[in-house]
Ligand binder design. Structure first.
Ligand code: FAD
Length: 484
């Protein structure tokens, strides 16, 4: 068994499950998305004792279906929301310079001045990217971390994005933002960092009901029910928050991406930014990913009714994304070239507006009538600040020890040291046995789905998933039995 303090695995889970039922902790966190693991880390960094429960697996909800960008907050300026824009740029700065430079790199984003991009859209894009650089400067993010935006020639635009339609191309605007190696990886890494500070991270434990001083819970593999006692309880269940806190009305908005082979766009290392037809504030992005993939997103669709376990993209959204992308390409990407599609639900707090695109992306932190705290909204980028606000409120409303402040602004997240291995399990995705074993021994994976869908992102393409499944299943079984 791995002794590394940040290691999450079935053996540690078994021990800590027993302790969770016996001992009262300072903070019980419900939900293992980015918000919940952020709260667990913040509380543990203050020296508080913490248990986090997650009904399924780490990053099971919205946090694995994002665009994987660490935003500078530019999009909030378009709606005049300066506070959120500044907060986003500040958090991006902390993440890229001290908290997680090993998980985020700068990504160039090209707005092409194509025939189909109007003069108004070009001006709006250029001014916006310039303002984005002002946000970068105000956050003190150095240019070596995020290079300056620049107008580029048609030749450079073609070099960066070889699939562009050259006819009538008048160059473009190139600007930089942060890109995560993977959103689910960020969640797992924050969870491991919290675990290294003593937090108990328990997946497959569902909260049935919450109180100010604890929760009734159910362990999913046995169906066993028990109580967890805590001085403070934080509900960080995203789009599911209303099920545990009836005072909250969540208005989920679905965002869909499609997955393409990067080779279909000439294997770019830069992202492409295409304005929605007729809009100067909304865009479709084509974002290069690992292993020769590229994701194109995203939509913003009201998704009323019961919250599904996993949201599904619609054919209309897929067609819309292809249509928007194809407006600037020399050769249109066809529907049969789409290798996969995925959708996530934004946990927006209902504010009574007509369109979900108009609802504030700022987070909500509030104490419920029964005394527990709910935290939702926000972004992956701002998870640290959301978590700090939630724990601050818990400290004041629940009289927790307040001698120590949050340390997360300068706390570097855990490293990931997968030993190199020559046992290649799948050539196309470069998956090795060492990677799967590491997922089970250190990153808390318990099943083949955890590995395919959240520790790696092989599952985003159905064909890759089906091909890798049998071999991954046997390596997971071997690694789990070695731990027990
Ligand atoms: C399409 C899309 C693209 C986005 N792109 C970006 C981006 O590029 N950059 C960015 O910064 N932000 C982005 N966001 C926003 C960001 O992804 C979300 O704000 C964030 O992931 C929400 O995290 P969360 O932890 O609050 O919710 P979730 O990730 O949904 O986590 C909630 C967790 O609670 C668990 N849970 C639910 N009920 C219970 C229960 N009863 N007991 C125990 N556990 C429970 C769920 O299983 C789930 O794992 C995007 C959002 C969407 C939808």
């Amino acid at each position: 068994m791995i002794r590394e303090p940040s290691a999450l695995n079935v053996a540690r889970r078994r021990t800590e499950l027993t302790l969770a039922a016996e001992e009262r902790v300072d903070v019980l966190v419900i939900g293992g998305g980015i918000t919940g693991v952020g709260v667990a880390l913040d509380a543990a960094s203050r020296g508080l004792t913490v248990t986090l429960i997650e009904a399924e697996d780490l990053a099971f909800g919205t946090s694995r279906f994002s665009s994987k960008l660490v935003h500078g907050g530019l999009r909030y300026l378009a709606t005049g929301d300066f506070a959120t824009a500044r907060e986003s740029a500040h958090e991006r700065h902390l993440l890229m310079t001290s908290i997680a430079p090993h998980l985020i790199h700068p990504l160039g984003q090209l707005l092409p001045f194509s025939q189909t991009v109007t003069l108004r859209q070009r001006v709006a894009g250029t001014v916006g990217m310039g303002l984005g650089d002002v946000l970068r400067m105000r956050a003190h993010t150095p240019r070596r971390v995020l290079p300056a935006p620049a107008v580029v020639s048609a030749r450079t635009a073609m070099r960066l994005m070889p699939a562009l339609d050259q006819r009538g191309l008048r160059g473009g605007m190139l600007a930089y933002d942060g890109q995560l190696v993977d959103d689910a990886r960020l969640v797992t890494t924050v969870a491991r960092t919290a675990a290294a500070l003593g937090a108990r991270i328990l997946t497959r434990v569902r909260a049935l009901s919450l109180r100010a001083d604890g929760a009734s819970v159910e362990e999913a593999t046995t169906g066993e029910r028990f109580e967890i006692r805590a001085r403070a309880v934080v509900n960080a269940t995203g789009v599911w928050a209303g099920a545990l806190d009836p005072s909250i009305t969540v208005r989920p908005s679905r965002g869909t991406h499609i997955v393409l082979d990067a080779a279909d766009l000439g294997a770019p290392s830069t992202a492409l930014t295409v304005p929605h037809e007729g809009s100067i504030s909304r865009y479709v992005f084509a974002l290069p990913q690992a292993h020769g993939r590229l994701i194109v997103g995203l939509t913003d669709e009201d998704s009323p009714g019961a919250v599904p376990r996993v949201a599904q993209p619609t054919e209309t959204e897929i067609e819309f994304l292809l249509h928007s992308l194809n407006r600037v390409l020399a050769t249109a990407v066809r529907r049969d070239q789409v290798r996969g599609a995925f959708a996530g639900l934004r946990p927006l707090v209902d504010s009574g507006t007509d369109s979900t695109a108009d609802i504030s992306r700022r987070h909500l932190v509030a104490a419920s009538e029964s005394g527990f705290i709910s935290v939702l909204g926000g972004k992956l980028t701002t998870y640290r600040r959301m978590a700090e606000d939630a724990v601050d409120l818990a400290v004041t409303t629940r009289s927790l020890p307040s001698s120590r402040q949050s340390r997360t602004a300068s706390l570097r997240l855990a490293d990931r040291d997968v030993p190199s291995s020559d046992e290649l399990l799948d050539e196309a995705t470069a998956l090795t046995a060492a990677e799967v074993e590491y997922a089970v021994r250190v990153e808390g994976a318990m099943t083949v789905d955890d590995v395919l869908d959240r520790r790696t992102r092989i599952g985003l393409v159905d064909a890759d998933r089906a091909r890798c499944r049998p071999v991954v299943e046997s390596v997971v079984a071997r690694a789990v039995s070695a731990l027990l």
